[in-house]
Design a protein around this ligand. Sequence first.
Ligand code: URA
Length: 439
Amino acid sequence: MLIQDILRRKRNAEVLDADAIHTFMRGVADGSVGDAQIGAFAMAVVLNGMNREEAIALTEATRDSGQVLRWHDLNLDGPVLDKHSTGGVGDLVSLVLGPWIAACGGHVPMISGRGLGHTGGTLDKLEAIPGYNVTPDDDLFRQLVKDVGVAIIGQTGTLAPADKRLYGVRDVTATVESLPLIVASILGKKLACGLDTLVMDVKVGNGAFMPTPDASRELAEAIVAIGSGAGTPTSVLLTDMNQPLADCAGNALEVHEALRLLRGDGRDSRLYQVTHALATEMLVQAGLATDAADAATRLETALASGEALERFSRMVHGLGGPSDLAERPAHYLAPAPFTTDVVAPRAGTVNAIDTRALGLGVVELGGGRRNAGDAIDHRVGLSHIAALGQRIEIGQPLLRLHATSRAEADAVSRRLSEAFTLGEPAHAVPPELIHATLR
Ligand code: URA
């Protein structure tokens, strides 16, 4: 089958059969399909779309374009499951959720990413921990998934390599915005991890990857249908990103917050509630709990016994970090040299937060990248971020800035202050944390 024929058919808005899609994606992976052809394919899909069967085939072809992890030879004593998020600000769910699920009997081979645009990345957070190696060899990764129940590492070159090329071309050809391409990219990588089940956290709101709530919902529906259609039971929680999920954002600050939750503190936080909801869905979906009440009992036991924290510590140490991070976090997670509060210019209730602006503030402070390959400062970020619905008096802090210097702090403080809309309490109805669950 000629690649030009496949391109012509998609250009003419014809439906591609699975064979054609697999042929194309094999060529993307082995280099026989050129960048111009990849760009033409992506543009044709953006313009003409794909039906469900095509999108499932594209996801399967992405998954199968490289190594697909297999776990049966390890005789694991529980299911292999994972969670993935479309990304947010102050979203450190993975750091807590992975070990928590491991402590409940699951095995979580979590391949995570770096910060992208205004959103933080799990790998960047973990690299705030001295010695933590996000690129272990295969044997160590598998051993940790078996023995500890969780390993959070970076994308390897061998998993879904077609996506790396396709995404790179989409990025420079204005073809990122396409539902089938986005779903195949996200799910292809995840399903290559050999999962029994998957829960996706699709964010909704002004800090979300998708630009509108309707677009987030559409993405969520597509993920459920295509993930399950590709053979991995997949459900989605639509969760709120109209404010940072934690009250902090920044790599080392978020590791501190993860440890706080894993110690059993902060149960009234938004972060705890969203993490708990995702964990419940994972446990029930994978058969580790019979229902939500059973999941709640198991999760409580795992947290209260210290087992979830223990799993986190074993993962960190297993991947090269200190064995006593949980006991001495301040010793290992260096603070930023300069802190200052950004205060409210007038009194009012926090009616809106420009979440994206806060995320970009962290990037500007040096906690994220402007260009791929930039070094980042893990110490910087924001903490004590005021919440939607909170009453603030004039001169009270909206947030605390953690910066490398006063000059760096001054450069962003005004923009960060403007990210908060203060008004009358009547307008201040904090949004639901969980907008919907789709199965
Ligand atoms: N994240 C991905 O991994 N792929 C996309 O296409 C969009 C977001």
